[in-house]
Structures are given as structure tokens and as C-alpha cells.
Design a protein around this ligand. Sequence first.
Ligand SMILES: Nc1nc2c(ncn2[C@@H]2O[C@H](COP(=O)(O)OP(=O)(O)O)[C@@H](OP(=O)(O)OP(=O)(O)O)[C@H]2O)c(=O)[nH]1
Ligand SMILES: [Mn+2]
Length: 187
Amino acid sequence: MSSLITDTQNHVSLLIETVDFAAKKHKSQKRKDIAQTPYINHPIGVARILTLEGGVTDLNVIQAALLHDTVEDTNTTFEEIEEIFGRKIRDIVYEVTDDKTLPKLERKRLQIEHAPHCTYEAKLVKLADKLYNLRDLMHQTPRGWTKERVNEYFVWASKVVARLRGTNKELESSLDLLFRKRGVVTD
Ligand SMILES: Nc1nc2c(ncn2[C@@H]2O[C@H](COP(=O)(O)OP(=O)(O)O)[C@@H](OP(=O)(O)OP(=O)(O)O)[C@H]2O)c(=O)[nH]1
Ligand SMILES: [Mn+2]
């Protein structure tokens, strides 16, 4: 595999290149909270859940976590990710990217449908993404969201997570704890 940076740089340097790329891409975006938290806090937090809580050491997965919303939410293309970070990371990001040209309900349905067919690496990123967003919802309600919308997100996320099971015990236990706290029935 050959790409602009993977051939010449060590792991620490690659990680910094990745977080720098994601920070620049998300630089004008905020989370939907009242405090208008910078969006980059989310991909960094997802990567942190993977290392700290999931015990994940595969650098490809951590880099993909940092980049996971760049194509979906910024002008980043898969070609750009491949050129800079290589095919492997491009492929993981591709697996966790929703097609925003589809109607929302269809996108949400496809996440449930596709979950079990994802690679192990993509499943890890998806579990950590859901864990971050659900924890966020436990602490604050995004601007414009009703209680019902928050509840619907929990129920939908539980259906996605149900189809990602058998991937990472720690992340799945933490997600189960949240679903129990919210009274969401999981099977
Ligand atoms: N809980 C929470 N979510 C916020 C906030 N700000 C932005 N988001 C993002 O909103 C998305 C969930 O909102 P939805 O209305 O369900 O989805 P949509 O933005 O794709 O239409 C998540 O996208 P995602 O990361 O792509 O994940 P996914 O839900 O699409 O899997 C999440 O990162 C916030 O303050 N709190
Ligand atoms: Mn995300």
C-alpha cells in the first residue's frame, strides 16, 4: 500500500497528521448542543473511547475513527482519504459513511441492515460512535430535539448495536448499561 504519508512517517506522526486533517476539515462545524462544542471533539472522543475503553491498538481503526465523519459532513472525498492515508483507512471510513443523498429514514434503515456485514474494524468505529452520541444525549439535548426524538435515537441505536454484537465486550457492556438506564429493551 502506498500513500502520501504512510510510507514515510512513524505511528505518532501519522496520528498527528490524521487529527490535524480532521480538525481542519471540521474547523467551522459545531455540535448541536447549546454550548456549540467544536465538532472535532466528537471524532477525537470516539477515537479515545476505542483506545481507553475498548483497548483498541490498531492504528488503522484509530485513524478511521478520527476521520469517520469527514466525508459525511465536510467536503472531503474518499479519493482524498485514500491518497493521503491509504486504501485500508479509506475502506473503513467508506463503511461508516452514510449516503447523505438518501432520505433520512432510508439512511437509518440501511445502518441497521448493513451493520452485521461490516468488517470488524468498521464495527468497532460504529460501536464507539454510538456510545459517544448516546452518552452525549444522556447529558444534553441537541438544539431543536424533542424528548421523543431523543428516545427514537436510543431505540434506533439499540437496533444497530444489536446487529454489531460480538465485536468488543467493553464497548457493548457500556452501551447495554445506557440502554438499561433509558429503559430501552435490547434483545
Ligand atoms: N447526540 C448528539 N449528536 C450530535 C450532536 N451534534 C451533532 N450530532 C450528530 O448528530 C447525528 C445524529 O443525529 P440524527 O438527526 O439522527 O442524524 P443526522 O444528523 O445524520 O441527520 C450523529 O451523527 P453521526 O455521528 O454521523 O452518527 P449516526 O447517528 O448517524 O450514526 C451525531 O454525531 C450533539 O450535540 N449530540
Ligand atoms: Mn460520528
